[in-house]
Design a protein around this ligand. Structure first.
Ligand SMILES: Cc1ncc(COP(=O)(O)O)c(C=O)c1O
Length: 384
């Protein structure tokens, strides 16, 4: 995909920058769209990428937004998403964020503690409203993902302990200014096997029965996101397996009349369309190690430093048939500013272009100005 034509275009752009391949984004959105049925609705996890052009395209497919801050709700509305297509999760919602979501009549708030439900009720009462909420449950399911992106296990801060659910429902049901319209889970991110999702389905069915027994009309069952992408082979495997993921839930969750199954996908939609494009500043050898020092840093893509994650790295300029191992590092003053250790690359020289793949999700959205470095510009395959 990084042919001479594209390389020539890159030559006139100041590195580093983010490059988004819009055809990969659309191929994922098409694949998702044909995998869902009338009882399904997808809310894109805006935290994974809040780039306006990408959000515009996602909006054009009719998907909604999963927001985790007042500013994310604001951004979604500014881009043109309808309020009724926005849901709001997060363990620590400020009063002002709750007020903002109530004022904007969003679909529902995923409430993560009893105290939060109490506060929503209070704020709602002052506004003379009845606010739809969904109860986020921590199902105590372990996932084989990095522990920092696991969210549904007993020692994670998210959701309400499933053992307290009965009591929380009964106490919340007494509040006059909230209505429980759904329940919610999110097990974590980059989950690449079905077994935790299958466990989740049986818990969903039990919880659904519990609400039914209490005559509470649950309209939305939200199973979160978490579908993994292929970081090792992103070029050949750029489209996520939405069919298997969505089917698994549709087959194993028994919906009651008119219930809708909600999904909150982020990484699997935008992960593979984004690339971090950088240039080699210097090559050096130190204590037997070869370093390729590039102009992108951990502040532009923090995942390797934060989660020790693998990203495929490609030198798109070197013609050398010989490969040697490099530590691919950035200019930031931290030793964790390393994109790859002992990574085989063709002989690499100053000014070569280095591409870091699978940077579309939790890349630009997690970037910072650390070391007072500039935030990066974005370029798009259909407008470059
Ligand atoms: C509540 C919630 N829903 C959905 C997602 C999206 O997860 P993913 O990008 O793995 O699909 C996240 C991300 O961690 C999340 O916190």
């Amino acid at each position: 995909m990084f042919n001479n034509d594209l390389l020539n275009k890159f030559q006139s752009i100041n590195t580093p920058f983010y490059y988004y391949d819009i055809s990969i984004l659309k191929a994922n959105l098409d694949a998702l769209k044909i995998s869902i049925n009338n009882n399904n609705k997808v809310h894109f996890a805006l935290k994974s990428n809040f780039n306006s052009k990408i959000l515009d395209i996602i909006n054009s497919y009719g998907f909604g937004i999963d927001a985790v801050s007042g500013n994310e709700i604001k951004k979604a509305i500014e881009v043109g998403f309808k309020s009724e297509d926005i849901v709001f999760a997060g363990v620590g919602k400020k009063d002002s964020e709750i007020q903002f979501s109530i004022d904007n009549n969003i679909s529902y708030l995923n409430s993560e503690s009893f105290q939060e439900i109490e506060v929503i009720n209070k704020i709602s009462s002052k506004s003379n409203k009845i606010t739809p909420i969904s109860i986020r449950i921590n199902p105590n399911i372990k996932t084989q993902t990095h522990k920092h992106i696991q969210t549904g296990y007993r020692n994670n801060k998210f959701g309400i302990d499933i053992n307290d659910l009965n009591e929380v429902i009964d106490s919340s049901n007494k509040f006059k200014n909230i209505e429980i319209v759904g329940f919610h889970f999110h097990l974590g991110s980059q989950i690449n096997n079905n077994s935790p999702f299958l466990k989740l389905c049986s818990i969903v069915n039990e919880v659904n029965d519990l609400f039914k027994a209490k005559s509470i009309n649950i309209r939305y069952i939200n199973v979160g996101g978490g579908l993994a992408i292929d970081y090792s082979d992103p070029i050949d495997n750029s489209i996520s397996d939405f069919k298997n993921f969505i089917n698994l839930f549709n087959k194993n969750i028994f919906l009651n009349d008119k219930q809708i199954l909600h999904f909150e996908l982020g990484r699997s939609i935008v992960g593979q369309c984004g690339f971090l494009i950088s240039k080699v500043l210097f090559i050096k050898k130190s204590y037997e190690k070869n370093y390729a020092i590039i102009d992108a840093g951990m502040n532009d893509l923090i995942r390797p430093a934060l989660y020790n994650t693998y990203h495929k790295v490609i030198n798109i300029t070197s013609k050398s048939p010989e490969k040697i191992n490099y530590d691919v590092v950035g200019p930031v003053c931290e030793s964790s500013d390393t994109f790859a250790y002992d990574y085989p690359l063709p002989i690499t020289n100053r000014d070569d272009f280095i591409v870091i793949c699978s940077a579309g999700a939790y890349g630009q959205s997690m970037s910072s100005n650390y070391n007072l470095r500039n935030k990066l510009k974005s370029y798009y395959s259909d407008a470059i």
